[in-house]
Design a protein around this ligand. Structure first.
Ligand code: HEM
Length: 460
């Protein structure tokens, strides 16, 4: 009797629960969109080798031709979805950015430090961005023009009449500019020591995160500790003065919103990493494109000579850099053609549907800046270096050399400033020729002319 009662009571509940589960699972299976087309390549290595061993234009263009504007692949040990339209980039970086988190390879994250701005989200990221933007907004960087100018002049003088690797020289210049913007005058004092350890650190950026004696990663982590010690000394000497937001370090130390010493270390490493190779690669490409386009070089030189003639004193000012529209277009066109960051990385924090396809939770999502910048419907004859195309402003979300949305580049004004100051002295005082074949591309880690562009530089 009791059994009969229990059966009659629970059976309908059991039946309905079962039916409900089956119905839901059928519904979600039916609604689950397919993965994007494409291939995941070899186990673990995927298509990493194909991507980094050929001209990136060829890799991305052939994928897009075969599979369309959204496709899947597998690089650097992760399954990825690549997206090559302005709308998709806007979706990932801007309108639905909360569905994606910034992500980096594990070795890079440990070397830069977990609390660096790139990996952070939410309130902590908002706070960091406020501090970084305060240090790099035009009003703040104006005062660095004299320092940047003397670094540019010194860099050119030291390269005179020798065979130099452009990228190598540019890395020294952009490293020194980064230090000045972070530490003000202290940057010059600590430069050699910081440079020495930073050069050891960077060798392990793309290594496997295996912290055993003798490994690249282990050496890099030791260099990180040394840099941490130097930074601790600088911070303690600054604490004795009253920090007033004259440079990035002071902004990080300011009383109300100040960061801990560990957070400051992670973010200073992060800014050096973000500022140096990017700007050095762009400068290297500009020198190559100007060398290959004599009429553009002539026009830039005339613009820079006019700036020089228009003033009594020899030194450049912030206002002078606003009288260089053609030079600015050369920078923009270089950023477009070279697209030194072919893409950026995000990770889906939940299953996301886009364009009728599924992006599974945990997969990397890569908006392809390079494909957007080389789309002939947006930029006709895309491989031609033609600065005049920037006489008309590009449409929204079609030109993203500095990214887009909450993680877009806060250093873009400083990058343009240091490039302009350098080009002013290069074009008005020097001529150069490239040595050897320069048609290939290598990664260092950003797209770079073959062998870092060897050149010989002479005074006019
Ligand atoms: C021409 C040179 C440069 C290029 C092409 C460039 C490009 C970019 C891009 C595309 C991003 C966004 C990455 C993403 O969304 O995942 C970014 C972020 C960043 N850049 Fe730059 N950058 C340059 C120079 C600089 C300089 C000079 C500085 C500092 C002085 C700097 C500091 C940063 C920082 C701190 C971030 C991270 C922002 C965040 O996560 O909120 N960059 N950069």
């Amino acid at each position: 009797m009791a059994f009969h009662f229990i059966f009659c009571f629970f059976a309908p509940i059991l039946f309905f629960s079962l039916f409900h589960c089956l119905f839901n699972s059928f519904k979600s299976n039916r609604r689950r969109p397919p993965l994007p087309p494409g291939t995941l390549g070899w186990p673990y290595i995927g298509e990493t080798f194909q991507l980094y061993s050929q001209n990136p234009n060829v890799f991305f263009a052939s994928k897009q031709q075969r599979y369309g504007s959204i496709f899947k692949t597998h690089i650097l040990g992760c399954p990825c979805v690549m997206m090559s339209t302005p709308e998709a980039a806007k979706f990932v970086l801007l309108t639905k950015s909360h569905l994606f988190k910034p992500t980096f390879p594990a070795s890079k994250e440990r070397m830069l430090g977990k609390q660096a701005i790139f990996f952070s989200r939410g309130q902590y990221h908002t706070k960091l961005r406020k501090l970084v933007l305060r240090a790099f907004m035009p009003d703040a960087i104006k005062s660095f023009v004299p320092n940047i100018e003397s670094l540019a002049e010194h860099s050119l003088r030291s390269s005179e009449a020798r065979l130099v690797t452009t990228f190598h020289e540019m890395k020294t210049y952009t490293f020194n500019v980064a230090l000045v913007s972070i530490f003000g005058q202290d940057g010059v004092v600590y430069s050699e020591n910081l440079k020495r350890w930073y050069y050891v650190l960077e060798k392990g950026y793309n290594s496997m995160p295996v912290d055993l004696p003798g490994t690249l990663f282990n050496r890099s982590m030791r260099a990180r500790k040394e840099i941490g010690r130097i930074l601790a000394r600088i911070i303690s000497s600054r604490r004795r003065m009253k920090p007033d937001c004259n440079d990035l370090l002071e902004c990080f130390m300011c009383e109300k919103e100040g960061l801990t010493e560990e957070q400051i270390t992670d973010n200073i490493m992060g800014v050096i990493f973000a500022a140096r190779d990017t700007t050095a690669s762009v400068l290297t490409w500009i020198i190559k494109y100007l060398g290959e386009n004599p009429s553009v070089l002539q026009a830039v030189t005339e613009e820079q000579e006019a700036v020089m003639r228009s003033k009594e004193e020899q030194k450049l000012s912030w206002e002078d850099t606003k009288k260089m529209p053609l030079t600015l277009r050369v920078i923009q066109e270089t950023l477009r053609v070279a697209s030194i960051l072919s893409f950026t990385f995000r990770e889906a924090v939940q299953d996301v549907e886009y364009g009728g396809y599924l992006i599974p939770k945990g997969w990397k999502v890569l908006p392809l800046f390079r494909n957007i910048h080389h789309n002939p419907e947006i930029f006709p004859d895309p491989s031609k270096f033609d600065p005049s195309r920037f006489e008309v402003a590009p449409k929204p979300n079609t030109f993203m050399p500095f990214g887009s949305g909450t993680h877009s580049c806060p250093g873009n004004e400083l990058a343009k400033l240091e490039i302009m100051v350098f080009l002013h002295h290069l074009t008005t005082k020097y001529r150069w020729h490239m040595v050897g074949s320069n048609s290939g591309i290598q990664y260092g880690p950003f797209a770079l002319p073959q062998n870092g562009l060897p050149i010989r530089l002479f005074r006019k």
